[in-house]
Design a protein around this ligand. Structure first.
Ligand SMILES: Nc1ncnc2c1ncn2[C@@H]1O[C@H](COP(=O)(O)OP(=O)(O)OP(=O)(O)O)[C@@H](O)[C@H]1O
Length: 862
């Protein structure tokens, strides 16, 4: 499986769940895959046909999406086509019947129209799976129901023994059950991944249509375009789309436009140009939604509040699908929030209306949030995260000040209570601002003592305060048929009861952006910085020139640059500057097809450009900086208790071991080592510097153990430690799990990689900890590698008695025995009749030809 992954996709490791799902499919089991956008679902159905040599049939709702996927797969040397009303070639069906495609995409309409003779012939030549992409469209409970999806159950009768796979990024429990029953799945393997898109920065800003704001927006978009960062601006109306598009053109920014009132051909052209990087900014309505497969979108800007959080998650999820740090901004205006009436008109029943209102309310609430946005988003989708600060959203990175709002909160909440009856925020605010409208006079609200007490402050300011009070649990908002009611919660009532007109106890609220202008948000563009982070100036230049080179190659073959290889792969080329085919082939993301078609060209250009830029070739790949950089919160050492700070100081600055600190003679009584470790981790979370290599060494956390813990966390989430522990080999301790979670949270894993490379002793520790029986197998892939490698060592000792010469064939034949790979020193030990130089040369040439590949310094046969 790994060989096929490297050969066609250029990747050397599976992402969480991919391996299990592919295994289940190959075994013939139905699967339901619910994993976030960009998590790598497509690979789960793209790999089995390449392993089984049978065709995979994929049902996909959008022709443009299918066309993009076909284009990208062809660039990987995979035989792919689609069947739909947009297919001009007449022979696709007959080629498919002869089993000559690895992957065949089709629309649901087409799948239902194809005669049973077609399916019979396909089955004769072999179908390895039928996948239904965007499977939530099957369910009426989903947010994008499509009636033609409902008819797909017919195929189950025709394709009795073919595994059915449903894939979606968003599906509630109800929708999942609906997919399983609609597709008549039998005992499906259900994989539900994390919703957390860690590489995405989330931010929200209020906006108005002022000239100054629009200028600023255009300037930002221009900046993104200049740095070749693909950006989508989602508008809620066609009018806004056209307005922004015109402003961009006027400012000389090349951009595309996409909305439902354009002709099909104009939309297709727009889409095509965007994915081919002919321009970097696309201004669109949500009509430009599900059908985009472009993995390197760096910014998604919502110009207006979306109608639900599901829609927001899905649309913003188009951003950074290649895993590189990317940014999602949501701009809202007060006017957005009256659109709920319009959305409600789509409702066919009272229940539906209620769910539209609730979904909209969640999105509105997201806009006014003053706490961690990621935590809120994930909680909405049923996933809890322990930490209150993700460190990668505006609320976690901004230095918003908290102000005592007691007086204003007392006025607003007091006025609300005095108004009685069911009101939204508008009525009490109008009373506070001294309005004498007919409604107020009729209800005699002008007689209230609060009338006019807040007339110096704008209505928007009061509304913003109301939203903060909702966010912080003093007020609660409910929808009663079409009307929004706001009332006091128990917490709000308690606050009021402790207030007097001349005294209010302090009530500190973080200031939302509308209530203060000096909110300072760390500029997330530093997160993206066009993929250049950690590079020298010459390397940045080389990276940009190689991106241009990729663009030229793409134009030459009529494809999209990302289909040739991803940005991250180009970045790695610029950082490692390979001079040989073997070195190029070893870069993550370089597949066999790329080597065959463009390998020599890239090598030649890299050599030339390095000469021009005076930088050396063949830099050590291990010295690469981490791929994703997260913005970390400001150090909050002040939040540490003296005991914790002291423990950290002794460990980090004085170099004492955890054990020594626990038993420090100056203490009245020793404390547990576990407690010391937790103190240090807490200090790390508060921003204190930690020597992670040393820390990992002390608690015996190896890279393998870290990886196993990470895999399990991706599966079971990180909210509770016990389920994580249960899934791991017994020798992995709670301490190691906690350390791993903290390192993950702080993005410090890279230090561990370094430490493991440097620290042979740590590796030895892990080998010793690996039991000699197979107990680890099936639980941890890395553990099982260790076992196989131990056995190899025994084999090697026995074999090493004779003199063995290295030749192409002898190396290939010998490597065949070791599915988990062997190290260079083991190869040299075995081929003891050849010099190191000749063996290395042979290995390099085999690597360059994609006969073998190297992963973690282990050579394996492809
Ligand atoms: N094992 C892997 N290693 C590295 N990159 C991967 C791996 N699997 C997938 N990717 C990359 O991740 C990106 C997203 O993958 P993919 O398109 O399969 O996501 P998806 O879950 O199907 O997303 P969507 O819901 O948007 O369709 C692609 O650029 C893909 O090449």
């Amino acid at each position: 499986m790994e060989s096929v992954l490297k050969q066609y996709f250029g990747f050397s490791t599976f992402r969480p769940y991919q391996r299990e799902i592919v295994e289940k499919i190959v075994d013939g089991r139905d699967c339901l895959v619910v994993m976030s956008t960009g998590s790598g679902k497509s690979l789960c159905y793209q790999l089995p046909p390449l392993i089984t040599k049978k065709t995979a049939v994929i049902i996909s709702p959008l022709i443009s999406l299918m066309q993009d996927q076909v284009m990208a797969l062809k660039e990987r040397g995979i035989r792919t086509e689609h069947l739909s009303s947009a297919q001009n070639a007449s022979n696709v069906q007959s080629i498919a019947e002869r089993g000559q495609y690895d992957i065949l995409y089709m629309t649901p309409e087409k799948a239902c129209l194809l005669p049973s003779s077609f399916w019979a012939k396909m089955q004769e030549t072999g179908i390895c799976l039928l996948a239904v992409d965007e499977a939530h469209c099957i369910s009426e409970w989903g947010h994008d129901f499509r009636v033609e999806y409902k008819r797909l159950d017919r195929l189950r009768n025709v394709l009795q023994n073919v595994p059915f796979i449903g894939l979606t990024a968003t599906a509630t429990e109800k929708v999942r059950l609906d997919i399983i029953s609609s597709l008549k799945m039998r005992d499906p393997y259900v994989a539900v991944g994390s919703f957390d898109r860690q590489n995405l920065f989330y931010g929200v800003k209020p906006f108005n249509h002022s000239l100054a704001f629009m200028d600023e927006l255009v300037e930002d978009l221009n900046k993104y375009a200049q740095s070749a960062s693909s950006t989508i601006v989602y508008c809620t109306t066609v009018k806004d789309t056209e307005e922004i598009f015109k402003l961009l053109l006027k400012a000389g920014v090349k951009a595309g436009i996409y909305h439902g009132q354009m002709s099909n051909s104009a939309r297709e052209k727009s889409h095509r140009s965007f994915i081919r990087d002919e321009y970097y900014v696309m201004v669109a309505t949500i009509a430009f939604g599900m059908g985009i497969d472009k993995p390197d979108i760096r910014y998604v800007i919502h110009y207006g509040c979306p109608k639900s959080l599901e829609a927001y998650y899905q649309e913003s999820g188009r951003c950074g699908r290649d895993g590189v740090a990317s940014v999602c901004w949501l701009y809202y205006s007060r006017g957005d929030f009256v659109k709920v009436d319009f959305y409600c008109k789509e409702a066919k029943s009272a229940d539906q209306k209620q769910s539209i209102l609730e979904a909209y309310e969640a999105a509105r609430h997201y806009c006014f949030l003053t706490t961690c946005r990621r935590k809120y988003l994930l909680k909405y989708f049923g996933q809890e995260i322990i930490s209150d600060r993700c460190g990668n959203c505006d609320n976690c990175t901004s230095s918003k000040k908290e102000n005592d709002m007691a007086r204003e909160a007392f006025l607003l909440m007091g006025c609300m209570r005095s108004c009685r009856g069911k009101w939204g925020l508008n009525m009490p605010i109008d009373v506070l601002r001294g309005s004498r409208s007919k409604k107020i006079l009729e209800a005699q609200l002008d007689k209230l003592p609060f009338h006019g007490l807040g007339k110096e402050i704008t209505a928007d300011w009061w509304k913003s305060l109301g939203d903060q009070l909702i966010s912080n649990g003093y007020l609660i908002e409910k929808y009663d048929s079409m009307y929004r009611n706001v009332s006091l919660t128990a917490k709000g009532l308690q606050f009021l009861s402790s207030c007097r007109p001349d005294y209010q106890p302090p009530l500190y609220l973080p200031i939302a952006s509308e209530t203060i202008s000096d909110v300072e948000i760390k500029n997330p563009s530093s997160v993206v910085s066009a993929g250049c982070e950690g590079m020298s100036q010459a390397e940045q230049q080389l990276y940009k020139l190689l991106l241009d080179e990729r663009m030229k190659l793409a134009r030459g073959s009529g494809t999209a640059p990302y289909a040739i290889c991803g940005d991250e792969t180009v970045r790695r080329m610029a950082l490692t500057r390979p001079s040989t085919r073997a070195r190029l082939a070893n870069i993550e993301g370089v597949n066999q097809h790329l080597m065959k078609v463009h390998g020599d060209h890239f090598l030649q250009r890299i050599q030339q450009l390095c000469q021009e830029l005076s930088i050396s070739l063949d830099r050590d790949p291990d010295s690469q900086p981490p791929i994703q950089k997260q913005v970390l919160g400001v150090p909050r050492v002040k939040n540490l208790t003296p005991a914790k700070f002291e423990a950290w100081k002794m460990w980090q600055e004085e170099g004492l071991t955890i054990q020594k600190i626990a038993n420090f003679p100056g203490r009245s009584a020793p404390i547990k080592e576990q407690t010391v470790m937790e103190y240090i981790l807490e200090a790390a979370r508060e921003g204190c510097q930690i020597d992670w290599c040393r820390f990992a060494g002390e608690i015996e956390l190896t890279q393998e153990a870290y990886q196993s813990i990470q895999d399990v966390v991706a599966k079971v989430g990180k909210e509770k430690l016990k389920p994580i522990k249960n899934e791991l080999p017994e020798e992995i301790t709670y301490a190691q799990i906690k350390a791993c979670l903290t390192m993950q949270e702080l993005g410090s894993a890279n230090a561990l990689m370094q430490s493991n490379k440097e620290d042979e002793n740590t590796n030895k520790l892990m080998e010793e900890a690996t039991p000699s029986d197979n107990t680890l197998q099936g639980k941890s892939t890395d553990g099982s590698v260790n076992i196989v490698r131990k056995r190899q060592k025994v084999d090697l000792e026995v074999e090493n008695e004779a003199v063995v010469l290295a030749t192409r064939n002898s190396i290939v034949n010998w490597l065949e025995k070791f599915s988990s790979g062997v190290t260079l020193s083991e190869i040299l030990e075995h081929f003891n009749g050849s010099t190191e130089e000749s063996v290395v040369e042979l290995l390099s040439s085999l690597e360059g030809e994609f006969v073998i590949f190297r992963k973690n310094d282990l050579y394996m046969l492809l």
